[in-house]
Design a protein around this ligand. Structure first.
Ligand SMILES: [Zn+2]
Length: 107
């Protein structure tokens, strides 16, 4: 089997699934990504404005450096806060935020 790119998805036949690009995400209204440093845990919302439209979203992480520790092991994912804000603006739907269950050590 050919070596797989860790920043790509594959179908059941091992064929690469075309990733979203900066341009295709922009067409959906996405202009930011959420980035997290694997070395120190620092996270940030990063604008995609500076990246070329044909750049695959997962490859943005190759171009980032952590502003806290200068690390280069960065993970990028969809900016869910911006996504939910757009969803609320478009449909009126609001995510219901529930508190974590409190685990009582005495119980
Ligand atoms: Zn860092």
């Amino acid at each position: 089997m050919r070596r797989r790119n860790p920043r790509r998805s594959y179908d059941e036949h091992g064929r690469e699934i075309a990733p979203p690009t900066v341009g295709s995400a922009r067409a959906e209204g996405e202009t930011t990504v959420s980035a997290r440093c694997y070395d120190c845990g620092h996270s940030a919302i990063v604008s995609t404005d500076h990246f070329p439209a044909d750049l695959p979203i997962p490859d943005i992480e190759l171009r980032l450096r952590c502003s806290a520790c200068q690390g280069k092991r960065i993970g990028v994912m969809k900016d869910m806060q911006a996504y939910y804000a757009r969803l609320t603006a478009e449909t009126g739907w609001k995510m219901e935020i529930k508190p974590w269950l409190k685990l009582d050590p005495e119980a």
